[in-house]
Design a protein around this ligand. Structure first.
Ligand code: CP
Length: 315
């Protein structure tokens, strides 16, 4: 694998391979093998132009557990605030010997630009670009679902036949986009539920069913309910129902939680707006995988770095 830019690019075999390697990585963590020598001598740069807690820290932990050297770069406090371009920033990283660049950027397509511009030889991992994609989030979500459903026998398995309902601010969600492509490639059926104003126009070309009524969607008994964060910071021109109405109509509140089958998997990528899209009881219930998702994120990012930086990077 040369870069990891999008889940839309991943075929079934590559997606399963990534999840299986993540299983191997998780096994080493459970055996308390804290560090593997696999990426000794490699340098991974975390290049973050947007805030992050989970993604940045787990990429750092993943790289360190594989014995890579890690350089953390935050646009705040860097020469980006003096107007330095993405090209000059990338070439500075190239001069420092970066083997992989993990990039989060507010502009959709920024990782693709780095990967195709010729400015830098490093492998590029998309850690979230604008409203476009967040591939490692979708991979850790798929890993978490597969683990809950298949347990210790997960390796080699797809998500064939599972029904996943993704709820909320689809319009601004790179997590939703990456999950739609990956989960459907893995054989799941995906339903999106949102206020009509938070459904992107291009969903007519997506392999999904669209609904606007959360109670109807939950009554069909999905295997997985994935709640999305309301992205207030990107809401500029979108019509957003007021918070109380949103929570009443599209929030996973205590009443809706109790009507779900107890085997339903409740997910949220974080950060959560507790009391808006998800109640505290739902976020903390045994059905919730919120903390498992964070733990699994390290194994999945170890797998992505391993597949990018070891072996044949041309494939
Ligand atoms: N889920 C996610 O991307 O979280 P962060 O913004 O904290 O990285």
């Amino acid at each position: 694998m040369r870069h990891l830019l999008s889940t839309r690019d991943l075929d079934l075999d590559t997606a399963i391979r990534l999840l299986d390697v993540a299983e191997d990585m998780a096994d080493t963590q459970q055996r308390e093998v804290k560090k593997l020598p696999t990426l000794r001598g490699k340098t991974v740069v975390n290049l973050f132009f947007e805030d992050s807690t989970r993604t940045r820290i787990s990429f750092e932990a993943a790289a360190k557990r594989l014995s890579a050297d890690v350089i953390n770069f935050s646009a705040k406090g860097s020469s980006v605030s003096k107007g330095e371009s993405l090209k000059d920033t990338a070439q500075t990283l190239q001069a420092m010997g970066a083997d992989a660049v993990v990039i989060r950027h507010p502009a959709s397509g920024a990782p693709q630009t780095l990967a195709t511009s010729g400015w830098i030889d490093a492998g590029i991992l998309n850690a979230g670009d604008g409203t476009h994609e967040h591939p490692t989030q979708a991979l850790l979500d798929a890993f978490t679902i597969r683990k809950r459903v298949h347990g210790a026998g997960s390796r080699g398995k797809s998500l064939d036949g599972l029904a996943v309902t993704i709820v909320g601010d689809i319009l601004h969600s790179r997590v939703a986009r990456s999950n739609v492509w990956l989960l459907t490639t893995l054989g799941a059926t995906v339903t999106l539920v949102a206020p009509p104003t938070l459904v992107p126009v291009d969903t007519r070309n997506w392999p999904v069913t669209i609904g606007y009524d959360l109670d109807d969607a939950l009554a069909s008994g999905p295997d997985v309910v994935m709640m999305l964060r309301i992205q207030g910071e990107r809401m500029r021109d979108a019509f957003f129902p007021n918070s109380r109405e949103y929570s009443r109509r599209w929030g996973l509140d205590d009443g809706r939680l109790h009507r779900l089958e107890p085997t339903t998997i409740v997910m949220h990528p974080g950060p959560m707006n507790r009391g808006l899209e998800i109640s505290a009881a739902a976020a903390d219930s045994p059905m919730s995988t919120v903390r498992e998702q964070v733990t699994n994120g390290v194994s999945v990012r170890m797998a992505a770095l391993y597949l990018l930086l070891s072996g044949d990077r041309e494939n």
